[in-house]
Design a protein around this ligand. Sequence first.
Ligand SMILES: Cc1ncc(COP(=O)(O)O)c(C=O)c1O
Length: 367
Amino acid sequence: MNKKISFAGPWITQKEIDYVIDAAKNGWYETYDMHAKKLENAVASYLGVKYGIATHSCTLALHLATAALDLGDTDEVICTDFSWVATAYAISYTGAKPVFVDIDPDSWCIDPQAIKKAITNKTKAIMLVHSFGHPAQMDEIMNIAKEYDLRVIEDAAPSLGAEFKGQKTGTFGDVGCFSFQGAKIAVSGQGGIFVTNDEAIYKKASLLASMGRTDSKAEFWSDMLGYQYKIANLTAALALAQVERIEELVAKKREIFSWYYERLKDARGLKIIKEKKDCKSNYCYPSILLQDGLSLSRDEVLKKLKALNIHCRPGFPRMSRFPVFEARYPNPQAEKVEKRGISLPSAGNLTREDLDFVCDSLLEIIE
Ligand SMILES: Cc1ncc(COP(=O)(O)O)c(C=O)c1O
């Protein structure tokens, strides 16, 4: 069997190992959260935002966002139908209802026109995703939010380092949330971060993330129902090293995409998803859409690739089909990606040769 071509996985150097050893040796007693604090500062300063709260995962950061914005059971939140379910569950945890809308076929991010059509008098917020590292159309989304007085949460889980019109994703809305889960561009195994420029939102989210502890009337006093959501210091040390290398990690992903693009841009039977005008993608997950009318289904293509030890991912199923949710719209673009989307391998250990093998195999299979 040839080399395993992994879908995703990190690029770890001596720096990451040194930081973790440092945390294991020194991240205790009075400096028990030293790496977590450094991580919050490093991400905030990289993004150019005021506040960061590092969490056990991005899912929890998203929950902090929906809770800190006071969403509740009479509210609706307009949400992309194409994402990992954490995006929508973070809305549901508060009792609010996600209203799923369609995506832009060129970026697979939420379609601003679909947002506009879905607004009702219950709509309180927009939850968008910078899907697979492609920036959503933030100008249009922020204009809609302003016109209808809606809050904006950016699920920026995979998009650290991506930009819309030169501004980093995760910094446009009321809150942005990133993931350091092991398949993301910068990893710590599990981990995430909540960022905002709004002091009141930051203060509320900080309280929620640390069990509502204020020490106001006694040590260990808690003033509100909170959660234990803060990242572990050891984990933060790994994320910190990766964040300090983020430009290098983005450059590597963009190089991988450019190899795919060169080989696949004119291929018959598929469309490769490329960053749109005014957007800088971090190409966390380079992706293609198989064209209609191929003799093999998408799942058959994935199976044949897997038999060659090439590990890809299918497009997400539309969340509006899940039993816990309700579908208000059919969302045909998201349906296409659900049925015919493939994310290609872009793990940190892949070489040009590996990617050529992926492209040769894919083209042969779909021919
Ligand atoms: C778009 C999106 N949102 C949220 C998450 C959740 O991130 P985490 O695994 O860090 O909780 C992910 C992770 O896969 C994701 O892709």
